[in-house]
Ligand binder design. Structure first.
Ligand SMILES: *Cc1c(COP(=O)(O)O)cnc(C)c1O
Length: 235
């Protein structure tokens, strides 16, 4: 199967999952998780109509962006970001999806202010309360959203989650549902410097469940590009 065929097949599955949940397929975006794929393969995915690209590693972003790998689509940062590398990412991507700790939030804010811009971010939620993973608890997430006015270099656009690896299909629905509730709670409060437009959850193995529970952006790697030579740690 070509990348274009894979993207078409995923679109069909996204549409079916949305309709089954009584949702408009147009409200769900497809983010290509591009780690370990070169600029040519990413261009193929962009040509096939993915909505945006998501990179995990600063080094890959920095290498592929000048080659025009993402041209025509926004690029997001979706991986673990070290505070000493924020300058290579802030202002270079449309959205940083993986703001997973206060230290990083503050570093991104400072970098954005230095550049005179407002960086759009998502807060990453550790929805399975897994000790080895980054991300905020739901309580911390609510608190941070309430206090976003204190970060003029940031603009909070939503939430992201990577739930626990599931044993069987459907296992992650409860985590997706919790994320949806948290997302709605924050949106309803209408906090300053917050506009909830993106609930990023669902990957190759579980995106249909994520869509039925309210995801507005799925991040898909393997189902678009095929298996990676090895599994990158995502946290
Ligand atoms: C790799 C990655 C994905 C996509 O994973 P697949 O299982 O290959 O679809 C999604 N989100 C993040 C943060 C990733 O690192």
């Amino acid at each position: 199967m070509s990348i274009a065929q894979n993207v078409a097949a995923i679109r069909a599955r996204m549409d079916a999952a949305a309709r089954a949940a009584g949702r408009d397929p147009a409200e769900i975006l497809l983010c290509a998780a591009t780690k370990m794929n070169d600029a040519d393969r990413i261009r193929e995915a962009v040509a096939a109509g993915v909505d945006c690209c998501g990179e995990n590693r600063v080094q890959e972003l920095t290498a592929k962006q000048p080659l025009g790998a993402y041209e025509g689509r926004p690029v997001h940062f979706i991986g673990r970001l070290q505070t000493n590398k924020v300058n290579k990412v802030v202002g270079k991507v449309e959205l940083i999806q993986s703001v997973d700790r206060t230290e990083l939030l503050e570093a991104v804010n400072r970098a954005a202010l230095r550049l005179g811009l407002r960086q759009q971010i998502l807060l990453e939620v550790n929805i399975g309360a897994e000790p080895q993973k980054g991300g905020f608890s739901p309580g911390q997430t609510l608190e941070l959203a309430a206090g976003m006015a204190a970060y003029p270099g940031l603009f909070l656009r939503g939430l992201m989650a990577i739930p626990p690896v599931s044993e069987k299909k459907g296992d992650n629905c409860k985590y997706f549902a919790k994320m949806r509730n948290l997302y709605i709670d924050i949106a309803d409060k209408k906090y300053d410097n917050v506009s909830m437009v993106c609930l990023s959850m669902g990957m190759s193995d579980d995106f249909e469940d994520a869509i039925s529970e309210g995801s507005t952006m799925i991040r898909v790697g393997t189902a678009i590009f095929g298996a990676r030579p090895y599994q990158l740690k995502t946290t």
